[in-house]
Design a protein around this ligand. Structure first.
Ligand code: KIV
Ligand code: ZN
Length: 521
């Protein structure tokens, strides 16, 4: 392989999915994984199989269904974790087990309540055990950047001796500066010369806003794998953002000399899909994928760009897939046109799914003159959201006036297929319908966040609602799309409620409480 080729390891579905409020179901994870494969990432970290039966199922489904990238499963340095990860990734074309244990004294003493000797023994056993299942094993010394470099080097030597093929050095708490991080990796190369024979990887968190800068410093120090997530989602302030590191390496390739295998034209679509399915909005001024990332507001800038784009633009919006999507359908477009438009967007929709998509498309086309590629994307991702054990919105009435409080009456189908009806007089129409859903389902869910965005511009734009709510200590998100914003909001609320209820059931059914199974990087 080209010595300057940087492996892109996407952890949207593992570290990204650990962000508070995100609860993707298996269908949604699969859809994201397929899109990551289209984007051209090299490795997909599909989840943490021992964390819950849902995580295990999702990793296994991705391993079976998604072709191209290596599929990795995360495991603590425990035999049971490694075995569960091995089982989950077994059917992948190229399976990987990623195992980790902390090397910082802060973690060893306070979290693991163990000793350095014990950490060495656990690392040795975990890598050896993982190698008995797969030939591709990644090892991470968690919290490495706050650890003693000599001790971390000893542990890495052990991991290499046992056959690790990728060594990842996490800046778990986002504490390092680029110079420190590069120096830390440089020192590891000196202490463990065998690192030159495997892939060195970087995994940087963004607590001080340095995740991408640190990842670049790591690559310049010799690392050839970058762990990152779409839209930079992840624990706390998140992980290095995939789109930023990829476009940094692409835009400055003449000076930096590195390349990735990513098809950058798929970036915008991947970002929209992840934002939509996770319910995590992208800030308008976010580099690369923010709504304003290529917008010019000041007169001087606009004047310059009109004369020559290079005056104020270092990248072309089409290279990240933000423009040039001129596909448009209208109410006279037929099933065949819809199917080929969806195919062009990368969605293979047939049979019953095509019938449902066509019905939704017709409803929208009746209310909206032009249905664009972005509308279709929103519609198809919206259709993915419903699965078993879900509530569904049957119908609703909302009375709105500025002379009396709004009243909502709503009917919801329970997972058992029973129609339940509830009423509420609220502070506003959205409040009224949310509380009417609580009344219908007899659930005491509490709204934590609510947002409504337009999918495209224009008066007849589709509204996309996002809800985060809390039920019995579990928070979950849901989204809904409609030309009617009250309907989109109600749909989002009902889905968030279904997701929260699934989480409550999972925690009740799990032998070990969920928080203990989640690593706290
Ligand atoms: O941040 C971290 O240290 C992690 C490890 C599990 C690699 O996410
Ligand atoms: Zn992490």
């Amino acid at each position: 392989m080209d010595p300057n080729r940087v492996v892109i390891f996407d952890t949207t579905l593992r570290d990204g999915e650990q962000s508070p409020g995100i609860s993707l179901n298996t269908t949604e994870k699969l859809e994201i994984a397929h899109q990551l494969a289209r984007l051209g990432v090299d490795v997909i970290e599909a989840g943490f199989p021992i964390a819950s039966p849902g995580d295990f199922e999702a990793v296994r489904a991705i391993a079976r269904d998604v072709h191209g990238p290596v599929i990795a499963g995360l495991a603590r340095a425990h035999a049971a974790d490694v075995e569960r990860a091995a089982e989950a990734v077994r059917d992948a074309e190229r399976p990987r087990i990623h195992t980790f244990i902390s090397t910082s004294d802060i973690h060893i003493e306070h979290q693991l309540q163990s000793t350095r000797e014990d950490v060495k023994g656990q690392a040795r056993a975990a890598v050896a055990h993982a190698r008995s299942f797969v030939s591709d094993v990644e090892f991470s010394p968690m919290d490495a950047t706050r650890a003693d470099v000599e001790f971390t080097a000893e542990v890495l030597q052990i991991a290499l001796d046992e056959g690790a093929t990728t060594i990842n050095v996490p800046d778990t708490v986002g504490y390092a500066t680029p110079q420190e991080y590069a120096a830390f990796l440089g020192r590891l190369y000196e202490l463990v010369p065998g690192l030159h024979d495997v892939v060195l990887s970087v995994h940087c968190h963004d607590d001080l806003g340095l995740a991408v800068a640190n990842s670049l410093a790591g690559v310049q120090a010799g690392a050839r794998q970058v762990e990152c997530a779409i839209n930079g989602i992840g624990e706390r302030a998140g992980n290095a953002s995939l789109e930023e590191i990829v476009m940094l390496l692409a835009t400055r390739s003449a000076d930096l000399g590195f390349a990735t295998g990513v098809n950058t034209r798929e970036i915008a679509r991947t970002s929209r899909m992840v934002s939509r399915l996770t319910g995590y909005p992208v800030q308008p001024n976010k580099a690369i994928v923010g709504r304003n990332a290529f917008a010019h507001e000041s007169g001087i800038h606009q004047d310059g760009v009109l004369k020559d784009r290079s005056t104020y633009e270092i990248m072309d919006a089409t290279t990240v897939g933000l423009e040039g999507n001129d596909l448009v359908l209208g109410k006279h477009s037929g099933r065949h046109a819809l199917k080929s438009a969806l195919q062009e967007l990368g969605f293979q929709v047939d049979g019953q799914a095509l019938n449902t998509a066509f019905k939704r498309f017709k409803e929208i086309a009746d209310r909206k003159k032009h249905v664009t590629a972005m509308d279709l994307e929103a519609l198809v991702t919206d259709e993915l959201r419903d699965e078993l054990r879900s509530y569904t919105l049957a119908w609703f009435d909302v009375d709105v006036s500025n002379r009396r409080p709004p009243h909502a009456r709503v009917a919801v189908l329970t997972p058992e297929g029973e129609e339940v009806v509830g009423d509420f007089t609220g502070d506003g129409p959205v409040d009224a319908i949310f509380r009417a859903i609580n009344a219908a389902t007899r659930r005491e869910a509490r709204l934590r966040e609510f947002r409504i965005d337009a999918v495209t511009g224009g008066q007849d734009a589709l509204g996309e609602a996002s809800v985060v709510l809390e039920l019995a200590g579990q928070s979950a998100a849901g989204q809904g799309v409609s030309t009617d914003i009250i309907e989109a909001a109600a749909q989002a609320y009902v889905r968030a409620l279904s997701n929260a209820e699934r989480k409550v059931h999972a925690v009740e059914e799990a032998a070990v409480p969920e928080p203990e199974l989640t690593p706290t990087p």
